[in-house]
Design a protein around this ligand. Structure first.
Ligand code: G1P
Length: 292
């Protein structure tokens, strides 16, 4: 049994969103809505449902609206109250994280995902923590992080969420070298960031959910740039293998890459079809479109 609960999550949200221009020129890509909620809110809700208490955002220039989104909006709240829009007001207030539970720090240079996570080290201190990459929106019940925390109660150590991808796609992901498998849990024997299909050790790709031990920060501290000449989280995680338990969780759920235009559109369709208030009309409209 691991002796420390996972209480903190890091959201690396400093990326420029170049795959999403022009939409992401003045609006952070994490604030683009899937149905009627910004992408980042799905990630925060998943973390909350998994019992996380502290939310650390690693941001960058132009990302201040993310801070505003997780704060009171007094003018809006008083307007809703005056107009007796009680449902809207209640839902806005329910979505707010508890006072003092949200922190922001900046990644001052775009040096890679590993560097972004390292920027959060003082907020994490000496305890295990989760990382969620908000671009990876996963429709799952329970949420992926909840599934991982259940697994962590048995394994301790480090965990990554994985899914099988077509071999030609290995070059877009961190790929694990799998060891023994029991149910949904696979031992991780090695990790490679974005390997070419011919040399990939498997087709099990990391999806943006991690539970990590604080010793990772020592590795990140001295990590040399890797794939794409960036400081890669995967490379530092690989150094913990053999020193600490390391497992991959094949989670149950549907993943949408919201950093990609098609993935983002599919997420909108899938989540709209799930909404009782929207689905009937949306299904009809969609069927008519698909007929043409
Ligand atoms: C990052 C990670 C990669 C992981 C992927 C999941 O890559 O470096 O290991 O598989 O997220 O979305 P990125 O998509 O930032 O290039």
């Amino acid at each position: 049994m691991p002796n420390k609960q996972v209480r903190k999550v890091v959201f690396p949200v400093a990326g420029m969103g170049t795959r999403f221009l022009p939409a992401s020129k003045a609006v952070p890509k994490e604030m683009l809505p899937v149905v009627d909620k910004p992408v980042i809110q799905y990630a925060v809700e998943e973390a909350k449902r998994a019992g996380i208490e502290q939310f650390i955002f690693v941001t960058g220039r132009g990302k201040h609206v993310i801070e505003d989104h997780f704060d009171h909006a007094y003018e809006l709240e008083s307007l809703l109250s005056e107009r007796e829009k009680t449902d809207e007001l209640r839902s806005l207030l329910e979505d707010l994280p508890k006072t003092g539970s949200v922190s922001f720090t900046r990644q001052q240079q775009p040096l890679g995902l590993g560097h972004a996570v390292w920027c959060a080290r003082h907020f994490i201190g000496n305890e295990p923590f989760a990382v969620i990459l908000p671009d990876d929106l996963v429709k799952a019940e329970p949420g992926v992080l909840s599934q991982m925390i259940a697994a962590y109660a048995k394994t301790g150590g480090n965990l990554v969420a994985v899914q099988d991808v077509p071999r030609e796609r290995t070059k877009s992901y961190g790929i694990i070298a799998p060891g023994a498998t029991r149910g949904d849990l696979t031992e991780v024997m090695g990790l490679v960031e974005k390997p070419k299909p011919a040399v990939a050790p498997s087709t099990l790709a990391i999806v943006g959910r991690y539970i990590l031990q604080p010793e990772l920060f020592d590795e990140l501290e001295r990590q040399k740039p890797g794939s794409g000449r960036e400081i890669q989280l995967t490379d530092s995680m690989a150094k913990l293998i053999g020193r600490q338990p390391f497992h991959a969780v094949r989670f149950k759920g549907d993943r949408y890459d919201c950093g990609d235009k098609v993935g983002f559109l599919l997420a909108n369709v899938a989540l709209a079809l799930d909404r009782p208030d929207l689905a009937p009309a949306f299904r009809q409209g969609l069927a008519a479109l698909l007929k043409n």
